[in-house]
Design a protein around this ligand. Structure first.
Ligand code: FAD
Length: 404
């Protein structure tokens, strides 16, 4: 008897949750499960701001995929997906092809530049382990070079962060702690360092509780971070950015520009010909691509509407993991040909935005929290993500216990 082939693309929050749930549910003889991921490791995307600032080593934010999968049930393939052939039900990798009966697309997000000139070429993005490591090294190199050069150029010590959304603010929080360390290490007067956050929207952290936003901005300003709110980046150049507010245009010289202002779904989605908005497929209630009932999409590549406000839920690890769990359940129903698939309902437990090691803001189970309590909660959430995928042993290996 031919076993159905389940192929999962991406070992991030969505893909790994789907995989570990499927391996728990299905027996060895029920299906062939293949998980394909670019690297042989999973990284905690939600911790990348720390690796980028250099407050947490990048090895702390990643672990081996094979450590959390059951190899008797799941075949792991390290490979880069280049396209999907929907008619022939095949996934094409840089070096090989895989057939599927059921496909789960969980390839995560990519940076969205909104067509702003020069961003792609000259700005860094907090996207994966490689890009984070590059940001950390680049900043450190600027500090080291500044100390050793005869003629000091202050733009070496100017860092621009594009975007005061979740990622931008969390990264600024880490920089707030990292800059004084770098100054001590490289004998630099901290007054020479400028960290500027540029945000086009009329407020930082759009959509967050205004009181908490004020708390966050005050906290970061006390750490020396400057905010230019309601200001758009018009262009990024090799030596800085051009910004505009009302009719005023200003050039800011900076050797480091980090773009943290937008995410979109994987470009593979459009390349495969699926109908999408910025690389995100509006999935049906069972998390499938409308018209392609054998293809599920979870995480940043998917789009689910929040009926209460008639707008999409923002892409988060929280929703990706809940989708992964439901996707596994629905695929098991299809594989077994018995039972009914369930509809996806997002159970929003809230969110916590870190402001560095020991401060944060958030709304958890409908209650506002800030300060040390919120920072503690953030670590609980980070550890929970490890627990859901790898159980207590993974928490012990990779968890954050620096609050003890
Ligand atoms: P990911 O977890 O990003 O995984 C995608 C996987 O696919 C990766 O392993 C990647 O290597 C792989 N992949 C990509 N392309 C290919 C390819 N072509 N071939 C093979 N493999 C490929 N969300 C929260 O809920 N809370 C937070 O506090 C939070 N903080 C964040 C902080 C930062 C700095 C960032 C950047 C994001 C944060 N998010 C947060 C958002 C969250 O990280 C994402 O929504 C989440 O990672 C999406 O999960 P995913 O499974 O779709 O993708």
């Amino acid at each position: 008897l031919r076993k159905p082939k389940i192929v999962i693309l991406g070992a991030g929050y969505g893909g790994l949750t789907t995989t570990v749930r499927l391996q728990k549910t299905l027996g060895v003889n029920e299906a062939d499960i293949t998980l394909i991921n670019k690297n042989d490791y999973h990284y905690e995307t939600t911790w990348l701001h720390e690796a980028s600032a250099g407050t947490l080593h990048h090895d702390r934010v990643r672990y081996e995929v094979e450590g959390v999968i059951d190899r008797s049930k799941v075949k792991f393939v390290k490979g880069t997906v280049t396209s999907i052939n929907r008619e022939e039900k095949r996934v094409i990798l840089e070096d090989g092809e895989y057939e599927y009966d059921y496909l789960v697309i969980a390839l995560g997000g990519e940076s969205e530049t909104f067509g702003i000139k020069g961003i792609k070429e000259y700005a860094f993005t907090i996207s994966n382990v490689n890009s984070s490591r590059q940001i950390r090294e680049h900043i450190e190199y600027q500090f080291a070079t500044y100390s050793s050069e005869e003629e000091k150029s202050d733009e070496r010590l100017t860092i621009v962060v594009g975007g005061a959304g979740f990622t931008g603010i969390e990264f600024l929080g880490e920089l707030g702690n990292r800059i004084p360390e770098l100054c001590r290490e490289y004998d630099i007067d901290q007054n020479k360092v400028r960290v500027i956050c540029v945000e086009a929207a009329p407020s930082a952290l759009p959509g967050f509780d205004p009181e908490l936003v004020e708390y966050a901005v005050n906290h970061l300003e006390r750490k020396g971070i400057e905010f230019k709110i309601g200001t758009a980046i018009k262009e990024c150049k090799p030596d800085g950015i051009v910004v505009g507010k009302d009719d005023q245009v200003e050039e800011i010289k900076a050797n480091t520009v980090v773009w943290a202002a937008g995410v979109r779904g994987s470009s593979i989605i459009e390349a495969a010909g699926f109908e999408a908005m910025r690389g995100r497929v509006k999935v049906d209630p069972y998390l499938r691509v409308p018209g392609h009932e054998d293809v599920f999409v979870v995480g940043d590549c998917s789009l689910v509407i929040n009926e209460e406000i008639n707008r999409p839920y923002p892409p988060t690890a929280q929703i990706a993991m809940q989708q992964g769990a439901l996707c596994a359940k629905n695929i098991a129903v299809l594989v077994r040909g018995q039972g009914e698939m369930s509809e996806f309902v997002f159970d929003n437990k809230g969110s916590v935005c870190s402001l560095g090691e020991d401060d944060a803001i958030g709304v958890v189970f409908g209650r506002k929290i800030w300060g040390a309590r919120a920072a503690f909660m953030k670590k609980v959430i980070d550890n929970r993500a490890l627990f859901v995928i790898g159980g207590p042993s993974l928490v012990l290996k990779k968890g954050k216990f620096n609050f003890l």
